[in-house]
Design a protein. Structure first.
Lengths: 397, 223
């Protein structure tokens, strides 16, 4: 366990000592306040006691002159009446109480000093452990987490929140690493092909061969640019800094247009595309982005399933919620892979021959997040079911 | 046609000037926004091509200033940014079209051509004819050689857009943006699928094919 405070420091400058001083200081002040109160109150208590059965003692030591409190008045017949009393018992009681209070004040202050020092030491030792963990994290051991500080639930909450923050940062860093690796990996293949095609075009003997090579090279360049555009678009949607405010979007109408757009595409790919739509399904959103979201989901279903697969789009309404469900009866995605399919460049089948950028579902997922909706990937048994549930726009219930 | 090109990168400007000149245009290039503003307000240009991001006075500000001064020359905004907001901002500033860099030469030429004849009367006319094909935009009917052709809504829109630009190349991106309002790249053959259906209905069995594929560029309808 690490020593609280910094190495080479005088113990009187340590955090624990400061804690102890603060504790003791508070107790000392409190003790002196009590002392003052006692002094003030003791006379009254003594008087009250004397009115009762308290016995009076009068010392008759000639060596020690007594101080008497006297009160005199002249009576009607001219004689003088003097009443005198000594303060002996009152003084004695007061003296006792003051000595008693001072003693206890000192004792309490001492106990507070020790207690404060111990409490401070315990607390600072735990803080030091947390600090040590932070230093290790900063030194590069990013898997390290803070220990619980203890002593109070609030301190543990602090540790937990800091740990959650570290988890989040770790996740982001991991994502960044993943993206850099994926981008590099994903662009290498088309770049290699581009280079090969250009080389082939230069070595071509006929004009036709050269042109053919250049055409393929241009197509590869376009594919690369398309991937870059998709990456930029994804970053932009994930960044969320949009100027245009959301407005009401009729999902039924939007989906009907998309079905009309993709029906011939699906037919050409040997797929069936059907829809069960409802009118009046209004959500709050950006029509252009929502169109891209569902276009991506439909394209995903067409691109990643074999010919003969049926793709169905449905709208499901429950009070306050609208869900759009894209289902196919293709081979589906294994449960273990489902969390990963919205990741950038992720492909269930590693062959990339179908020209998809591998970013469609990532972009879809980012658009869903931007709209505060929820994307769930499920099993259509057989096939894949992607469900996007929105909150219904208020005032259109 | 005389074109003004604002582009600060010299290599890009020279390349674009060469391509547009080869397409039969006269191009005057400039590198700064203030030059563009001066030239556009003095000269008689068919289309302004403005790079959005140039040092100093940028393309967007030039366009705003020109529009504020009442100069309504069609403008094509070039940009390296492909944000939805960027596009909306550009169109709000008075741009007639918006092209994201990098682009193919064919794309730039097709868009300049499309802009240079805007707004042609045929766009708003009720009927338009290409060869023996006639469309009625109000009744939404298509006839060829007197024979009625049934088209679906998107096929009609596609044919209408081609006819609005008859004799000119329209690119895939132009079709995606103007017929489908797609401002992203679809991963599937959306255009090819619709185009083959449209051709099957419009061109099959009529002898002459009106819709042509222009290799490496797009499509063109010709009478």
């Amino acid at each position: 366990m690490a020593e609280p405070g910094r190495p080479g420091q005088s113990p009187f400058r340590s955090g624990a000592f400061r804690f102890a001083l603060a504790f003791a200081g508070v107790f000392a002040v409190a003790a002196f306040l009590i002392l003052g109160m006692v002094r003030h109150q003791v006379g009254r208590y003594a008087h009250e006691a004397m009115r009762g059965t308290l016995q009076t003692e009068t010392p008759t030591d000639p060596e020690r002159p007594e101080r008497m409190v006297t009160l005199g008045t002249r009576l009607a017949d001219g004689s003088l009446l003097v009443v005198a009393t000594d303060g002996y018992d009152v003084d004695k009681l007061g003296g006792h109480m003051i000595r008693f209070t001072i003693l206890w004040a000192i004792a309490i202050t001492l106990i507070a000093l020790i207690g404060g020092w111990m409490a401070g030491r315990v607390f600072l030792t735990r803080l030091a452990a947390a600090n040590l963990a932070i230093e290790r994290i900063m030194a590069g051991r990013t898997e390290q987490r803070l220990p619980m500080i203890g002593l109070a639930p609030e301190f543990d909450d602090l540790s937990r929140n800091l740990n959650r923050m570290l988890d989040r940062i770790d996740g982001l860093m991991e994502g960044l690493r993943q993206v850099s690796t994926d981008v590099a990996h994903d662009l290498r293949t088309p770049l290699t092909r581009l280079r090969q095609m250009l080389e082939a075009a230069r070595e071509a003997t006929t004009r036709e061969d050269a042109d053919a090579g250049i055409d393929v090279a241009l197509a590869q360049a376009d594919q690369l640019l398309g991937t870059f555009r998709a990456i930029l678009r994804l970053a932009q949607i994930e960044g969320g800094g949009r100027r245009a405010p959301f407005g009401p979007v009729d999902l039924g109408g939007l989906l009907a247009t998309l079905i009309e757009t993709y029906e011939p595409v699906a037919a050409d790919a040997g797929h069936g595309l059907t829809a069960h739509l409802e009118s009046g399904a209004i959500v709050n959103g950006d029509a252009e982005l929502l169109a891209q979201l569902f276009a991506n989901l439909i394209e995903n279903a067409i691109l990643h399933t074999p010919a003969g697969t049926r793709v169905a789009i449905g709208v499901e309404r429950s009070p306050g919620h609208i869900a759009v469900i894209v289902t196919d009866n293709g081979p589906g995605v294994p449960t273990s892979e489902r969390d990963r399919i919205t990741r950038r460049f992720y492909q269930v089948d590693s062959s990339r021959s179908r020209g998809s950028s591998g970013l469609g579902l990532s972009i879809a997922s980012a658009i869903v997040t931007l709209h505060g909706a929820k994307l769930t990937i499920g099993d259509a048994a057989p096939g894949l079911q992607i469900r996007v549930s929105f909150e219904e726009r208020e005032g259109h219930a | 046609m005389k074109l003004l090109l604002l582009e600060d990168d010299e290599a890009t400007r020279a390349q674009a000037v060469r391509q547009l000149t080869a397409a039969g245009h006269v191009v005057e290039g400039c590198a700064t926004g203030s030059d563009a503003l001066y030239m556009a307000s003095q000269g008689d240009y068919g289309v302004l091509i403005l790079d959005r991001m140039v040092p100093g006075l940028d393309g967007l500000s030039v366009l705003k200033a020109l529009r504020a001064a009442g100069i309504r020359t069609p403008a094509l905004l070039l940009t390296a940014m492909d944000g939805i907001d960027d596009r909306v901002e550009g169109l709000e500033a008075g741009a007639d079209d918006y092209l994201v860099k990098p682009f193919a030469a064919a794309e730039l030429i097709a868009r300049v051509n499309a802009l240079s004849r805007r707004p042609p009367m045929s766009d708003t006319a009720v009927t338009a004819t290409v060869g023996d094909l006639t469309i009625d935009r109000v009744k939404r009917t298509v006839t060829r050689s007197g024979q009625r052709i049934e088209l679906q809504a998107q096929e009609f829109k596609l044919l209408d857009y081609l006819i609005q630009h008859s004799g000119e190349v329209v690119t895939r991106t132009m079709l995606l943006e103007n017929v489908w309002s797609f401002h992203f790249d679809p991963q599937t053959n959306v255009i090819e699928s619709h185009m083959s259906r449209l051709r099957a209905k419009v061109d099959r069995g009529f002898g002459k094919e009106l819709i042509q594929t222009v290799r490496g560029a797009g499509y063109r309808i010709d009478g």
